[in-house]
Design a protein around this ligand. Structure first.
Ligand code: HOZ
Length: 422
């Protein structure tokens, strides 16, 4: 029996569904997942010795590819000096200064250990700052798995059919207003109906957890204006897009200043990290300066800070964003030609190194249109790509990620596989 299959059997006995995060399961594909033993650059190796060109990139953070030397060395050096101190450390000051320099809307920032903690804390802060309870989120956006945000959620919750998780009290969920993304009128109506009650809008500015799609021209600017008009905060969840789509994320591409921003993944360089930050007057409401409580023993952990700082420095040093754009454009050109010749309905969405291939004829602008993607075609495509050594996420509702470690030859091999996968 292949080693991965055996591991999966053992895992299923002791881990729910055999996985520690639902997105890793291949349940909807009706297959056992493969178990990875090592990863370098753009390539994964599984327990059976099979190799894959990887477009999951540990769901975003592997922007320099897996185990980049500069990050591994930084972690090794930090580990020599201690693993966790539970006190302030110099590295977390360096990290905060780096984030504030790269993302001008962030005047102060607090580190967490995951994106979920970052978004959960940002919501609490928005409520504490405004004294209001209701929040707006958009259908299909995923902001981690805290109660207030597991409503019409994307990512694994959508893939496995539980976008409104059991266990979230109805009264908590009722405070989360869910609106369709890209629909300005829905937002206007909500602010009219709940005048003075809405603490914030939280949005993935480029949603990447129901596939990947983009805002209509002016939509993000509209969200900025209407929140300001109504005294509500605008929170950009840039856990996936931050430092990936530009040095200052989507907000840098649009010149928008959100009140708060949530970050993660890339600033951990592969170690568990998140952060939230923004306007100093809002951030100063956090304990010990203010009444909003937020904490974490491992927040600002020295290993994670060392890894994240090494990754951010390297991204700047090599100007990673132009390289990522050129690889993304190469993939997009090739996909367009192949899909056109295959006479299959498709929509390919991409910005820089984030992409998604939908199998639908209609444009994808929100959750509803994303859900028109043909699952049977997706399943066939996924399995045939996998058999040829190409790993894309096992769900039509996830984003593909390219790293600077992908080579032109990797992209061309992927396109070659695609031409045999449809
Ligand atoms: N946002 C990530 C991918 N959609 C979540 C990864 C996970 O849940 O493990």
């Amino acid at each position: 029996m292949p080693i991965s299959e055996d591991l999966y059997k053992r895992a299923c006995r002791v881990i729910p569904g055999g996985v520690n995060s639902p997105v890793r399961a291949f349940r909807r594909i009706e297959r056992a997942p493969f178990f990875v033993t090592e990863a370098h650059g753009a390539h994964l190796k599984d327990a059976d010795g099979r190799e894959y060109i990887d477009y999951v990139g540990t769901w975003g953070p592997a922007i320099l590819g897996h185990a980049p030397e500069c990050v591994v060395q930084a972690v090794q050096q930090a580990a020599q000096k201690g693993l966790s101190f539970g006190t302030p450390t110099p590295a977390e000051v360096d990290m905060a200064e780096t984030i504030c320099r790269l993302v001008p809307s962030i005047q102060k920032v607090r580190m967490t250990s995951s994106g979920t903690e970052a978004t959960m804390s940002a919501i609490r802060l928005a409520r504490g700052f405004t004294g209001r309870s209701r929040i707006i989120k958009f259908a299909g956006c995923y902001h981690g798995h805290s109660d207030s945000l597991l409503v019409a959620a994307g990512s694994g919750a959508l893939t496995h059919g539980e976008p409104d998780s059991a266990g979230v009290p109805r009264d908590v969920a009722a405070l989360t207003l869910v609106l369709p993304y890209n629909d300005e009128n829905a937002v206007r109506q909500a602010f009219k109906k709940y005048r003075g009650e809405i603490a914030c809008i939280i949005v993935e500015p480029y949603p990447g957890n129901a596939g990947f799609f983009l805002p209509r021209p002016g939509y993000l600017e509209f969200l900025r204006d209407i929140t300001a008009q109504h005294g509500a905060l605008l929170i950009f969840d840039e856990v996936m897009t931050g430092f990936r789509l530009s040095p200052s994320g989507v907000q840098g591409l649009h010149g928008i200043t959100p009140d708060l921003t949530t970050l993660g993944k890339v600033i951990g360089g592969g170690l568990p990290v998140g952060a939230f930050g923004g306007r100093a007057d809002i951030m100063d409401c956090i304990s010990p300066l203010g009444p909003v409580y937020q904490a974490g023993t491992l927040s600002g952990n020295p290993l994670a800070m060392a890894a994240g700082l090494a990754q951010l420095r390297e991204l700047e040093r090599i100007d990673a964003w132009s390289r990522l754009e050129s690889l993304g454009a190469r993939l997009e050109d090739g996909v367009s030609k192949i899909l056109h010749d295959a006479h299959l309905p498709y929509v390919f969405k991409r910005c820089g190194s984030m992409f998604c291939l939908f199998f639908t004829a209609d444009d994808v602008v929100d959750l509803q249109s994303a859900q028109k993607t043909d699952f049977n075609i997706f399943r066939r495509y996924f399995l045939r790509m996998l058999d040829q050594g190409i790993f894309v996420a096992p769900s039509p509702f996830e984003t593909g990620f390219i790293s600077t470690a992908h080579s032109e030859a990797d992209i061309d091999a992927t396109l070659h596989a695609l031409s045999h996968a449809l």
